[in-house]
Design a protein around this ligand. Structure first.
Ligand SMILES: *Cc1c(COP(=O)(O)O)cnc(C)c1O
Length: 223
């Protein structure tokens, strides 16, 4: 835990360096992914200045947000959401849901949101490298799906796209998966898309160079 401050400063410096190399006007948000970290570790990183945290399991988010409810944290949900966990997630009123992976899930969310008179900020997850192990909509149908959700799900406030870089050791492949998502994002900006969530500990500098304005970092912060 004593390294958290250094880890955070180092990550922010790398984010800034990548950002400035491509775009002086963009602001890149940092979501600290705390899925492998304890509430005490989250609190320690908060005390170093970090506010936004991401979890990928509804149960963990429930438990950690309750333990830390006295702190002004901003919670992001970044995991695969199962239908039977929708109510539990909505009850937590997360700041943003990054991993909306299908129209079906959007319609289910819309029904519950409408019933509870709630809204939810969300990003459409793109399976940009077309990997069977990942969820998300295929790039070919992404624009159509985005527009369908905008039309049919008024309680979902779509803010942009999310993607996980290709699972590869070849940076060209990872870059190409980021570029695919960025090209879709550019087409959606005039429809209100303003957040492009791409980049994890191993590839966030590349993601920022490809247009990301929100990185999700876990292991390099909590080491
Ligand atoms: C775990 C996870 C991250 C963070 O991964 P690190 O490699 O630890 O930075 C980011 N995004 C998602 C969707 C994750 O599940």
């Amino acid at each position: 835990m004593q390294n958290f401050k250094e880890n955070l400063i180092e990550a922010i410096e790398k984010i800034e360096k990548s950002r400035i190399s491509v775009d002086r006007h963009r602001i890149v948000r940092l979501v600290a992914v705390s899925k492998y970290s304890s509430s005490q570790e989250i609190q320690a990183l908060y005390e170093c200045g970090q506010r936004a945290f991401g979890e990928n399991k509804v149960q963990d988010l429930t438990q950690k947000s309750k333990t830390l409810e006295s702190l002004p944290l901003e919670w992001h949900f970044i995991g695969n959401l199962q239908s039977n966990k929708i109510n539990a997630l909505l009850a937590l009123k997360p700041f943003m849901f990054h991993s909306l992976h299908s129209l079906e899930l959007a319609l289910q969310l819309q029904k519950r949101l409408e019933r509870e008179s709630l809204t939810l900020k969300a990003l459409l997850q793109i399976n940009s490298a077309k990997e069977s192990t990942k969820s998300g909509v295929m790039p070919e149908i992404a624009l159509e799906t985005y527009h369908q959700i905008l039309e049919e799900c008024p309680n979902i406030k779509l803010c942009g796209l999310m993607s996980i870089g290709a699972h590869s050791s070849h940076s060209k492949l990872i870059q190409s998966s980021f570029e695919t998502t960025h090209a879709l994002f550019e087409k959606l900006q005039r429809f209100g898309a303003n957040t492009l969530s791409m980049g994890m500990s191993g590839d966030f500098e590349l993601a920022i160079k490809c247009g990301s304005n929100c990185v999700r970092l876990g292991s390099i912060l909590f080491k």
